[in-house]
Design a protein around this ligand. Sequence first.
Ligand code: ZN
Length: 233
Amino acid sequence: MKRNKILSKLTSISRVFVFIWFMVSCSADNRIIDAPILFNEERKELTLQYLSERYGLEQTEPTINPKMIVLHWTVIPTFEESFETFNSASLPNRPDIKAASALNVSAQFMVDRDGTIYRLLPETTMARHVIGLNHCAIGIENIGGTEDFPLTEAQVGSNIWLVNYLSKKYKIAYLIGHYEYTLFEGHELWLEKDDGYRTAKDDPGADFMKKVRDGTLKNDFKPSTRIQQVEIE
Ligand SMILES: [Zn+2]
């Protein structure tokens, strides 16, 4: 009898431990896997140069003040290939945007097709992913976005979770799809100096944006329309 009592006590203690372990493993940061891309001295210098030349911001550290989240798709079908594309410090073969800066493109986050969330850079380190707004925008890349590899429901769910998570940490006023970025021309956050430097974007699609917006309504993001511009004109 005594032995049984001790055993049952041990069992309930271990149940408590399992419960605590479960709570810890479900905490926010455990859902994010750190997979840092190369951020060496060259990338730091290119980022500081980008902030200075494109935006007129003279900084000693390549940091941002997050006010916006921009969602993307990679078009590349796997995490490994997408990671490789972002990993080098300088742009390998993008003549269309190399004239503006030799800094390689990247994003702070990448969401795989099964919904796994990878953090490629510290959240407040600048990544080059959206013209005009990199100084205040956290980028989330989603693997896929082609006819053969359309974005998945798992990615919708992870984007919703991640947007809510980031909105608790930072004062995020806007959530936009990359295809909406030119709506911010003339906005106080828009800092790109060259009116000729634009690329046409359709990622991550209106359908994906609607689903993520529907799941993040509680944050009361401001609409990404050309309100300010209309008032000026
Ligand atoms: Zn994009």
